[in-house]
Ligand binder design. Sequence first.
Ligand SMILES: *Cc1c(COP(=O)(O)O)cnc(C)c1O
Length: 363
Amino acid sequence: MLPLVKTSLPEKDVLMPALEEVLYSGYIAQGQVVEDFERKFEKYIGSGYTLSLNSGTAALHIALILAGVKEGDEVISTALTAEPTNVVIKMVGAKVRWADIDMNTGTLCPKSVENLITEKTKAILFVDYAGIPANISEFQRISKQYNIPVIEDAAHALGAKFKGKCLGSFFPYTVYSFQAIKHLTTIDGGALQIQDKDLYDKAKKIRWFGLDKGVSRLENDIKFQGYKYHMNNVNACVGILQLDRIEGVVNTYIENGKYLDEQLKGIEGIEILKYYPDSEPSYWLYTLRVKKNRQKLIDKMTANGIMASELHKRNDLHTFLNDYPTSLPNLDIFYSEMLHLPCGWWVTKEDCDKMVSLIKEGW
Ligand SMILES: *Cc1c(COP(=O)(O)O)cnc(C)c1O
């Protein structure tokens, strides 16, 4: 079965000697290797400071803390995402306000967000769902106009670009995940890309109990709540080797995605997505809309060895996350029509052609 997601690791003869060296170096906690990974990731993104962490969830949590979101506040978010995006809002005691999505992309609709802004709104959290950059220029406008910080959850979108630049350049906080099935995995891990140096320094303390790593334990004075969220040298070692090969990995997703966009155009019963101007998706999942009998198409693909399906449960169906049950007509339609196809590094051009001809045959 051609899977929808798959873990990509460096070759054994590259990974194992490097890992062995770190494992028996006597320093497996957060040290120089983590530092090296952060500086290398910064270079890859090309803007801001990288705070490496033990998960993308930790990155989202710290972003909300830095944005000043507190108990009783509201964060406007999307229901079309993985659970971490919205669980973290509850971790800081805030409430989730659901905005609707844009039918063209499945990402959060700026107009819908704008209509929900009140004095309780302390942050807007959007997701580049399935690797498609959301409407970045509109969210920049809204952030400026209403003076509300925007957090970008780019966990699906490493390698995606807007105006030729990597995501991580456009908002004060951008979240990446290095979990097992993301474009780049460090086994588990994450990063928060931060634009402001002072906030970056504060975030380093939040990541480590509120302690300043540059000062001896006895001279330290904890002044606010911190956590144990840092990355260690072992995961960072994997991350460094992954960065050496990330360009090639990401490019296979993008080439397959573009090829499917091209080949699936104009087929009866299918609608391909319409990306925003100047945006370049990194197609973590290939996403399309099926206008009739979606289940029949899923069954047909499965019978032919291709895993085609949805991946996430819409988050407003989780009781704990559904603070304000909201009518989301676009999401209702999109969620009932959306289908993901595999398009990552393990998918060949022959696989793409097979998927296209199966769809062209009809279902
Ligand atoms: C994977 C993911 C995260 C972060 O997950 P971690 O497993 O904590 O790294 C956040 N948001 C989305 C949309 C994700 O898919």
